[in-house]
Design a protein around this ligand. Structure first.
Ligand SMILES: Cc1ccc(S(=O)(=O)Nc2cc3c(c(O)c2O)C(=O)c2ccccc2C3=O)cc1
Length: 247
């Protein structure tokens, strides 16, 4: 008996295209990102995968990606659960900045430390910033506990309760679950599933729009560490491109 967990990172967003730290700032998809999402749904159909339930973040780039993928797979009807715990990492004061502005303001040494770090967050975002969501009604239940910045460890700590209390029960009940989320919230989940070290997780990148499928044992350990991309060649090319971008 195994469960099927499908992870799908949202397609290219408007701020991905501009190479801006996005975090909790709610931007939509580019036309390329919409096409990636639609292709993701086609890959599900070609693989014969039929998720019984969808989990997304509260950010429209993940929500719209899921809608387009499910429409493409003729599965728009499946039940959906949305939660802030699947949101992208909050990038704090870096939200809205590009690489050059970040380097100029904080310097190369600090930039590289943040980039490699698992547990060092960027400076907090001021509540009066135009890029703050502190008064956004979708986070009203969080109140003052709403994050103003996060490190990847923070993301794992707030995502795990959702994995335990919402996603795992759906895997047991329905066997096949689709999670459409973000680069860092999915990296946190993959770190947990595959037992990746705090050091090694910095180099893991999950490509956009290509479903990553994990067959899980009854104890939720992966049958195959790392899962399987439904388009392995496209995933390898995308991972290589990101690695070269960062150099
Ligand atoms: C908006 C943006 C700036 C820099 C890059 S990068 O090509 O330098 N690669 C890069 C950079 C970073 C990061 C990253 O993963 C990355 O690929 C980070 O994870 C990160 C986390 C907390 C603070 C800063 C960073 C960070 O600068 C990519 C995108």
């Amino acid at each position: 008996m195994t469960y099927t967990l499908i992870l799908l990172r949202h397609g290219q967003s408007e701020w991905n295209e501009k190479n801006l730290f996005t975090g909790w700032y709610d931007v939509s998809l580019t036309e390329k990102g919409r096409a990636e999402a639609t292709r993701g749904g086609q890959l599900l159909t070609e693989a014969g995968l039929v998720p019984a339930v969808l989990h997304t973040s509260l950010l429209k780039r993940a929500i719209i990606t899921a809608n387009l993928a499910l429409e493409s797979a003729d599965l728009s009807w499946i039940p959906v659960k949305r939660n802030w715990r699947l949101n992208e990492r909050h990038y704090g004061a870096l939200q809205g900045k590009d690489k050059a502005a970040t380097l100029a303001e904080y310097g190369e040494e600090q930039f590289m430390e943040w980039r490699r770090s698992y547990d060092t967050p960027p400076p907090a975002l001021n509540d009066d910033s135009e890029f703050s969501q502190i008064n956004d009604p979708r986070y009203a239940d969080l109140g003052d506990a709403a994050p103003r910045t996060e490190c990847l460890k923070d993301v794992l700590d707030r995502m795990l309760p959702y994995w335990e209390n919402e996603i795992k029960p759906d895997l047991v009940a329905s066997k096949t679950v689709l999670v459409t989320a973000h680069g860092n919230s999915l990296r946190a989940l993959v770190k947990h599933l595959d037992g990746i070290s705090d050091e090694d997780i910095a180099s893991l990148n999950i490509p956009t729009g290509i479903p990553l499928v994990y067959e899980l044992n009854e104890d939720f350990t992966p049958v195959t560490r790392g899962g399987q991309y439904l388009d392995a060649d496209a995933a390898a090319d995308a991972i290589k491109a990101v690695a070269n971008q960062g150099r």
